[in-house]
Design a protein around this ligand. Structure first.
Ligand SMILES: [Zn+2]
Length: 65
């Protein structure tokens, strides 16, 4: 059974831009569209973050309607 979004479309993983923590000891990451920082710092350990891409289920961004 598939979950469906508001448009009635199947919710499938899609390539999502994220920021990933550069620390080996930390697997923190955030969705790129959840921050407007050009160079965000990790919310967990305050390390630098690098732009990356993850396969994530698309979710509705409350700020992007
Ligand atoms: Zn971190």
């Amino acid at each position: 059974m598939y979950k469906r979004n508001n448009n009635g479309e199947e919710v499938q993983p899609e390539e999502t831009k994220v920021w990933e923590c550069t620390s080996d000891k930390c697997n923190g990451w955030i969705r790129a569209n959840f921050t407007y920082e050009e160079k965000p710092e990790c919310p967990l350990c305050k390390s630098e973050m690098v732009a990356s891409v993850k396969m994530l289920q698309a979710i509705n961004n409350p700020g992007m309607k």
